[in-house]
Design a protein around this ligand. Structure first.
Ligand code: IVH
Length: 701
């Protein structure tokens, strides 16, 4: 059935039989047809229980289309004819969500789930709520893309991707093509504003069919349903999206005006009554045991579903309790994702490939006999480095176990059990004697465990530097494919060349138009505004990541000061030890690096710190060390927030450390803190000091 299609009868709105352009009022008839078509689309796409055949449905749809063609003034934005056939957009517009779209903390076992419930109890007890009587709702955690759907006065108005949670992209044109998405609310008195949240995904059968069509047409195939859904939802032309069937499950309500609900469970019922697709097996549960049993049940059923799930989302239902529990970082305290263990399969290792990284070290990857794991085909898998490869003791020609964990890149785990016992195993793989990209003889520096391509002009290394530069500088649209294209054309060899690209020339490349070329050049231009610390990171200095880049920028303030600094001065930067300081110094002294810096400086990138000087914010002048896993904040989030509060994060505990923030499985750093008498904070304590409050929570001093 075509997008926007479905079938008639039963308790369908009356009027199916009236002829097109008949005696009746065309406006009334059009309204009737819209209702009918949408009703039958709902029966078909949401309930999976059609009442009429495709032919009857098509007749209704055609009648509506003909009527609208005759009376264009009758076309309404919520007409099912508008699902497809919308005009392509020239660009995806960024939109700010009315309320941030949050993420979820994980639980990997029944113990972790129970610990989550206990943390909620403790938190509520501090709020004076002793016996919260939770009601839980367990839902499949669909492996797709989160989206937000806005309805104003009952009409679907705008749909956006999650993006970074604050700002997403307007993909209304593509969302309209999803048959299960209501274009209007079937109710007399719709709320003035309603935000529905859900997950867009591609079902496994649709994914397999799409890849087969693409393979037959000689096109590249998608890696997994999630990538395929992500690529589809970001298409500019809704006709392309309509050809790649997307599906939708709704799992919540965001901002509303004119709707009063008491709980998440009620919200799901409300959505279901208003024809939104809510998964039929969503359950309301009263006890932890029931929740654990339900999660395990989903885990068992995982392989027999029509879509991929990577876990179960458990939410506290009562909105009042949700409000009291609040949010930590980006994760609500009142919800958690029970993550399934990864899926594995056995396949033949055909060979090992090697790719030079940014600094020349050769990274191995596994070339596999294609194998299906959890609904997708895997041909390649990462092997982190030479050591990892040796430790795994896998040999080309033998069977290996591969693992795919949810949304991450597949990995090779080990030889398959039956091969490890063989007496005559093939020889272990060796790193190549020549760089597979530039053919320069490889080297293994003394004391290093990694083989390297020593050629700084190696195209492989340049490619890595350019793609990483584009990522660090957040240049929208400049991905791996374009870097390859621009390098192949000879337009780009160093990051500075990016700023000299011509929109006119790019526009002539296949896949580009004037608008897209201009957008790309504008995105590159915008990156000139990135702060000094990020520029230092983007330059590709070994050992200088985001944090060290920022610390160096804050300490030295200008590039000239940094270039003039001796290793001893660089060592004064938080997190930089003597060896690292020497290495940074030497890399900065390299004539090529100097040339790149001068080139970029001439182009107008920032080589001067403009942020607030050191010594401001509640953690100004404080040094913190993070260890273990915090219940909610990731390492990166905690680091971001400490730095935003003026503090520094370093890797090792010393007498100069002000606080050690310890999470679960904290190890030697915690022991050392206790030994030195450094204050220890848990996550709540960290949140307190970030706000400038005195630390509370467990504190060992
Ligand atoms: S609720 C309240 N429910 O998981 C927190 N998310 O890690 C907001 N997801 O970005 C999300 N199924 O893409 C929620 N039933 C479900 C979900 C679900 C999948 C995804 C969603 C979100 C991510 C959070």
């Amino acid at each position: 059935m075509a997008a926007g299609g479905a079938r008639a009868g039963g308790d369908a709105p009356a009027g199916g039989g009236a002829p097109a352009g008949g005696d009746g009022d065309p406006e009334q008839r059009a309204a009737e047809l819209r209702r009918l078509v949408e009703y039958h689309a709902y029966r078909y796409y949401v309930l999976d229980d059609p009442e009429i055949g495709d032919d009857v449905y098509d007749a209704l749809f055609d009648e509506l289309r003909a009527l609208e063609a005759e009376h264009p003034e009758l076309v309404t934005p919520d007409s099912p004819t508008q699902r497809v056939g919308g005009e392509p957009v020239s660009d995806l517009v960024k939109v700010r969500h009315l309320e941030p779209m949050l993420s979820l903390a994980n639980a990997r076992s029944a113990e972790e789930l129970r610990a989550w419930v206990q943390r909620m109890r403790n938190h509520l007890a501090r709020e004076g709520i002793e016996d919260p009587r939770f009601q839980f709702v367990a839902e499949p955690k669909i492996d797709g893309l989160a989206i937000s759907l806005l309805y104003r006065d009952g009409i679907f108005q705008r749909g956006a991707t999650r993006g970074n949670g604050e700002v997403g992209e307007d993909v209304t044109h593509n969302l309209r093509t999803i048959g299960a998405l209501p274009l209007r609310l079937e109710t007399e008195r719709p709320p003035a504003l309603l935000e529905v949240r859900g997950e867009v995904y591609m079902s496994l059968p649709d994914f397999a069919a799409l890849n087969e069509r693409r393979a037959q047409a000689g096109l590249s195939t998608f890696m997994n349903p999630r990538n395929s859904a992500a690529g589809t939802i970001r298409q500019l032309d809704p006709k392309l999206a309509a050809e790649r069937p997307l599906s939708l499950w709704c799992y919540g309500i965001g901002v509303t005006d004119g709707l009063t609900l008491e709980s998440h469970w009620e919200a799901l019922q409300w959505l279901r009554e208003h024809r939104f697709p809510v998964h039929p097996d969503v359950r309301r549960l009263a006890t932890e045991d029931d929740v654990v049993a339900q999660c395990q049940d989903w885990e068992r059923r995982r392989g027999s579903l029509e879509f991929e799930i990577d876990g179960v989302v458990v939410k506290v239902s009562q909105f009042e309790l949700q409000r009291r529990l609040g949010v930590v970082g980006r994760d609500p305290r009142w919800a958690i994702a029970w993550k399934f263990p990864p899926t594995t399969a056995v396949t033949r290792l055909n060979g090992i490939g090697w790719n030079p990284g940014k600094f020349g070290d050769l990274h191995p990857y596994a070339m596999l006999e294609p194998v299906h794991v959890g609904g997708v085909t895997i041909k390649l898998a990462t092997l982190h480095n030479e050591e990892d490869l040796a430790r795994k003791d896998i040999r080309p020609g033998e069977d290996v176990i591969v693992l795919r964990a949810g949304d991450v890149i597949p990995q090779v785990l080990s030889p398959a059990p039956h091969v490890a016992e063989h007496a005559d195993r093939p020889p272990p793989p060796r790193p190549p004697e020549r760089c597979p990209v530039c053919d320069t003889p490889t080297v293994k520096p003394e004391g290093s465990v990694f083989t390297r391509c020593p050629n700084r002009d190696c195209a492989g290394r340049r490619w890595q530097l350019l793609t990483s530069f584009a990522g660090v500088m957040d240049i929208d649209g400049l991905g791996e494919k374009l870097v390859t294209l621009f390098m192949d054309l000879g337009w780009v060899t160093t990051p500075a060349d990016l700023y000299r690209l011509s929109a006119e020339l790019i526009a002539q490349q296949p896949g580009f138009g004037e608008v897209s070329a201009r957008k790309l050049v504008e995105a590159i231009d915008r990156s000139r505004q990135q702060p000094f610390g990020l520029v230092l990171f983007a330059l590709g200095i070994e050992e200088v990541g985001q944090v060290t880049g920022r610390n160096l920028a804050q300490r030295f303030r200008t590039i000239d000061a940094l270039l003039a600094a001796e290793p001893e001065a660089i060592e004064q930067t938080p997190g930089v030890g003597p060896k690292m300081a020497r290495s940074i110094h030497d890399q900065l002294a390299d004539p090529r690096m100097r040339a790149l810096i001068e080139d970029l400086r001439g182009i107008g990138l920032r080589f001067q710190e403009e942020g607030p000087p050191l010594g401001e914010g509640p953690l100004a002048g404080r040094t913190l060390v993070l260890t273990g896993t915090l219940p909610h904040l990731t390492r990166e989030q905690a680091t971001e927030r400490i730095i935003a509060a003026g503090g520094r994060v370093t890797g090792s505990v010393s007498r100069r450390t002000d606080y050690v923030v310890a999470g679960e499985s904290a190890g030697s750093k915690l022991a050392r803190a206790e030994q030195l008498g450094v204050s220890v904070l848990d996550e709540d304590g960290l949140l307190a000091v970030l706000e400038g409050e005195p630390p509370h929570g467990p504190r060992v001093a």
